[in-house]
Design a protein around this ligand. Sequence first.
Ligand code: PPS
Length: 299
Amino acid sequence: MARLDVIERFHGISFPGHLHTQDSLQSALNFPFQDTDIVIVSYPKSGTTWMQQILTLISSRGDPHLSQTVPNWTRAPWLEHYYFAMLLEASPLTPRVITTHMPHHLLGPALQRSKAKVIYVSRNPKDVVVSFYHFHKMANFFPEAGSFQEFLNSFLEGTMQYGSWFDHIKGWTSQTGIMNNLLHVTYEQMTMDLPGTIKKLSSYLQSPLLDHEVDNCVKQCSFSSMKDNNMSNYTLITEDILDHSKGSFLRKGKVGDWKNMFTEELNQYFDGVFKSKMEDCNLEFVWEEKHKVETQADE
Ligand code: PPS
């Protein structure tokens, strides 16, 4: 099933037909979650693969074997992909780790029927859109990216594949305090304090790790180690689907790379749209390392 040019429209959102069918999307909404399930929820390019790696390592108590022998999509398969059932069967992790990019208004009801633990991963949307733009250039199952400005417009309008970033983050994070089994972790927290984030996650999952186990997780979850690992760097995907000559899945792995793509004008435009779309959201974002912000303010 290549279907590289197919787009599936589902509840007003576009999904790549290479990975999704109407049946697989509908099955995701009816999935019988188990109370022991761990569910990674993210908008694309927010640190999903990184979280899959971290949860694999927590589950293995720092032992690298599974993270080095089983691809990330089998360890923590995507709920809405058409081959989900087959991969879930093959996944070696217990408890099961399931990944999804679905928005809350679609997946919330299925999750409510269980006590599955949800980990919502978010990232500065400016870095998300830059990462997604580069990924569109190498992934043959997405439409042409066009110019960065065109891509950014579509991101801000919420018309690109996987829908609106704004609806996604507001939908899921508005559940903090309502769903008592939801933990919100940011890409920036993982960057600033990976050992601390791993400890927090392992406690949330009621599987606290010893210090040396945390150290082993950190080693296997570093950008360089994941980039060198065929089981997390997507090089197993053939060229007709991911054109590796046009980029790397693990591209830069940096906080603030958006500054290399945004002009001052685009930045102001983005900030204006962000302000109006996030007016009804009181999340406090820390998207830069604190000392760096202070240093810049001092300059
Ligand atoms: S996807 O397609 O939705 O599954 O993509 P996702 O995994 O959410 O996001 C890919 C970006 O995450 C970066 N990444 C990391 N950054 C730092 N450290 C580690 N270990 C790491 N693993 C993945 C990856 O490089 C992509 O970001 P960019 O900015 O493009 O480099």
